[in-house]
Structure formats: C-alpha cells, structure tokens
Design a protein around this ligand. Structure first.
Ligand SMILES: Nc1ncnc2c1ncn2[C@@H]1O[C@H](COP(=O)(O)OP(=O)(O)O)[C@@H](O)[C@H]1O
Ligand SMILES: [Mg+2]
Length: 260
C-alpha cells in the first residue's frame, strides 16, 4: 500500500474537515454491506480533493456522510471543529442529476438555498443574480429547466449550491452525464469558480482526468469495503495540461492503483 501525503497537510492550519475512523454499514434482510471501513482523512482550507474508486466502493456514501444526509455511522466527522449533525447550508452539494424543480425558473431554483435566510428580499435577488452570472448563465434567469441543456443545468445546480455562501463544496460526479466536450468546458468553469470562491471542495468522480485536472490530492478508495487505498498528490501548476507527460504519468499511476 502506498500512502503519499501532500505538503499541504503539514501546514499549521486547522483542517476544514476531519474524518476520523469512519465506517458505514447498510443492513437489510438480505445481509449487511460494509460501505466504508475505517476511513480517516483531513481536508485543508481551500484544498480540492478528489475521491475515485470503482463503482460501489462507497464514494457517494462518504460524500453523503459529510453532507449530513446519512446520520447513522461509526467514527467522527468534524467540519470546522464541529461534529456534523445533519445537512446545513455551510456545505453546498451538487449531484450528477441537477435536481432542479421543473416548475420553478432558474432564478427561483437558485434562490431556494436562501429560502430561510434572514436577508431582505432585494439582497436575496441580488445574490441569486450574482451566482447566475458566476456560472455563466446570465440571461437565463427566467428560463425553466426544460429550456436549458445538460451542461447549463449543472451550472445552475452549482449556482444553487454556492448561493448560500457555503464553506465547503461537495460534488458527486457532477459532470458524469455530460458529453466529452461539455465536460471539459464545465471542468474549466469549475476550476475558475473554485479560484474565485476560495473554499475547499470534495469531488467524487470516476473520471481520472477530471480528478487530475482539478484536484490537489486524489484519494483512491478500494472496492467493498471502501477503505483508503492511497492518496496521490497532484502538484502540477494550473491550468493543467491534460496531454503533458506529468499528467499522463499520474493517470497511469491511478489506473494501476485501480487494477487496470
Ligand atoms: N441506502 C443504501 N442501502 C443499502 N445499501 C446501500 C445504500 N447506499 C449505498 N449502499 C451500498 O453501499 C455500497 C457503496 O455505495 P455507494 O457509496 O453508492 O458507491 P459509489 O458511489 O462508490 O458507487 C454499495 O455496495 C451500495 O450498494
Ligand atoms: Mg456514487
């Protein structure tokens, strides 16, 4: 087992997120599935971390635990020093399917995150408009989801996740359903947005190129039960050249880790 740790984790700053000995079992009448087994991991402020691994290895489960969507687990997860106790606007989540309401406009969908915020309506509208602009959807404020392409819908989902000013962005295969060109385009956009917002992010993906293009470290999970097999640091300067020998050699290393 190789276990490389990036230099960022030796910095004297408190981690944004600390995952300590986390295990998760799903039990049913047909038996018990150990989805995660003794996972420990920290995320530094402003760090971008990818989680890769074969289908069913527990990537989405780990993200759901961090998002507070799955309360029953063993171990401890602390975000900014506090135990996670359910979902919260401090963590924005984007899924593979956009999960926008079809009967609401893009503005209304993006504004959902501010529904309960103690903020004047005018300020809410301004914040929504700013985020629609941030993701490059200006002019589509009053459009309905069915009028947008797949890539535009994912942009709207990112805007919704960021509107409440979260301090952590969680993404579960956000571009998994997009075609290759749209995907590259959205990866570039996400990199730009991440630079603008300065918040840490965790990206679950099965796309190794996406992980290397975007992230500071790549966590490889082993198949059932999901354990940390290795953590591969990516120190290439950004924007990264997907065709460079260094990029390709990290891809090759990851493929090897995954047994290909
Ligand atoms: N709600 C659930 N009930 C029962 N088993 C589940 C549930 N969610 C996930 N699992 C199981 O946990 C394992 C990990 O799932 P998941 O985290 O979705 O994997 P990945 O995202 O890496 O494909 C799988 O074996 C899956 O079948
Ligand atoms: Mg998944």
């Amino acid at each position: 087992m190789s276990f490389a740790v990036s230099s960022a984790s030796s910095a004297a700053v408190a981690p944004a997120l600390a995952i300590e000995h986390v295990s998760k079992r799903f039990s049913s009448r047909t038996g018990t599935v150990v989805a995660l087994d003794d996972v420990s991991l920290t995320l530094e402020p402003n760090e971008s971390l990818a989680i890769v691994g074969r289908s069913g290895c527990g990537k989405s489960t780990l993200l759901r635990l961090i998002g507070g969507l799955e309360p029953d687990f063993e171990g401890r997860i602390r975000f900014e020093g506090q135990d996670i106790a359910g979902p919260g606007l401090d963590r924005g989540i984007v899924f593979q399917d956009h999960r926008l309401f079809p009967w609401l406009t893009i503005s209304q969908n993006v504004g959902i995150a501010l529904h309960e915020a103690a903020m004047p309506e005018a300020q809410k509208r301004q914040r929504v408009a700013e985020h629609i602009e941030l993701v490059g959807l200006s002019g589509f404020d009053d459009a309905f989801p069915h009028q947008l392409s797949g890539g535009m819908l994912q942009r709207a989902a990112i805007a919704r996740a960021l509107t409440a000013d979260p301090r952590l962005l969680l993404l579960d295969e956000p571009f998994g359903a997009l075609d290759a060109f749209n995907k590259i385009n959205l990866q570039q956009e996400l990199l730009r947005i991440w630079h603008v917002r300065h918040i840490p992010m965790i990206l679950v993906t099965h796309d190794l190129e996406e992980a290397i293009y975007l992230c500071d470290r790549i966590v490889v999970l082993s198949p059932r039960p999901g354990r940390i097999q290795s953590i591969v640091p990516v120190t290439l300067s950004r924007p990264r050249d997907r065709t460079s020998p260094e990029f390709t050699s990290i891809r090759k290393e990851l493929l090897g880790q995954l047994g290909f």
